[in-house]
Design a protein around this ligand. Structure first.
Ligand SMILES: Nc1ncnc2c1ncn2[C@@H]1O[C@H](COP(=O)(O)OP(=O)(O)OP(=O)(O)O)[C@@H](O)[C@H]1O
Ligand SMILES: Cc1ncc(C[n+]2csc(CCO)c2C)c(N)n1
Length: 263
């Protein structure tokens, strides 16, 4: 029997405990989807390397321009949030944004391949960076769970496919934090100030799975879950339980709601 996998989420802590911070380092990929400034700040500060996927650069640039005080303050803000890389087929990155970041030394890499998405190109860039620098990053995707349905399903499929890789990959929006739990047992540490009340276990990409849980309002005990049958949506985290456990016979998407005031 494989040992349980422990999941802590230090990138959502205002000041991560030194043991969490020492354990793992994170890379951020900003996708072309809306996000709030508090969410950007939290994730940006938790990551040591940041990359924009094509039009993700526009999102970063525009959000940091929406500050009180006019263009000067916007420029100051943008200088505090310079990505390490912008990469993609560059059909979405605006010329003014490209020029702004290129002038400040941000590499803007054009990869014209039309058989891989900008998200895949950026994940590859993180792998290359890790190989180059001898680091091992976990990955946070900012966006990718809403908007266009084909892109959303692409995110669901890609993280499912990459679940056995070296990197842990999380998808984050202002509404959700979600990732794939591989077959086995998982212990997920929950900060109830940040997450809840709702959560879900979504059998995407598997015919069916057998689930046993603790720490949820509606726990499952050896229950079969499938698209054609039961899916645990609109479940609730129990505030008194600091750890949720999930045992699953096949990979499953785990998703938690973010509290609006949690950041
Ligand atoms: N509407 C959307 N809904 C969900 N995710 C999106 C959406 N638009 C973009 N993304 C994510 O942001 C990344 C960058 O998007 P961008 O708009 O720059 O390029 P795209 O041409 O639409 O996407 P791609 O080239 O990857 O197919 C995409 O690879 C995808 O992961
Ligand atoms: C079967 C198949 N379907 C769609 C595409 C198109 N496509 C997939 S990824 C990508 C890059 C977008 O930046 C594009 C255009 C393809 N090549 N093959």
């Amino acid at each position: 029997m494989a040992r349980p996998v422990a999941w802590s989420l230090p990138f959502f802590e205002p000041s991560p405990s030194s043991s969490d911070a020492a354990d793992r380092q994170y890379a951020l990929i900003v996708l072309n989807q809306p996000f709030s400034l508090p969410l950007l700040r939290r994730l940006w500060n938790a990551c040591s390397w940041r990359c924009c996927a094509d039009g993700g650069g526009n999102r970063l640039y525009d959000l940091l321009g929406d500050v009180l005080g006019g263009e000067r303050d916007a420029a100051d803000q943008r200088n505090l949030y310079l990505p390490n890389l912008i990469k993609g087929d560059l059909d979405s990155l605006r010329d003014d944004v490209r020029e702004y970041y290129a002038c400040r030394g941000v590499p803007v890499v054009h990869d014209p391949d039309q058989y891989s998405t900008d998200l895949m190109k950026c994940i590859h860039a993180v792998e290359e960076k890790d190989a180059r620098e001898g680091t091992q990053s976990d990955l946070i995707l900012l966006g990718g769970l809403s908007g266009r349905l084909d892109q959303t399903v692409h995110t669901l499929s890609l993280l499912h496919k990459l679940r056995k890789g070296r990197m842990r990959i999380f998808a984050v929006t202002d509404d959700n934090l979600a990732w794939v739990l591989d077959e086995g047992t998982h212990h997920i540490s929950i900060n109830h100030d940040v997450f809840g009340p709702t959560c879900g276990l979504l059998p995407v990409g598997v015919a069916s799975t057998i689930l046993t849980t603790t720490g949820l309002r509606w726990n499952l005990t050896g229950a079969e879950s499938s698209f054609g049958g039961l899916i645990s949506t609109s479940n609730h985290l129990v505030p008194e339980e600091k750890v949720v456990t999930v045992t699953t016979s096949k990979p499953i998407w785990w998703t938690m709601e973010l509290r609006p005031a949690g950041l």
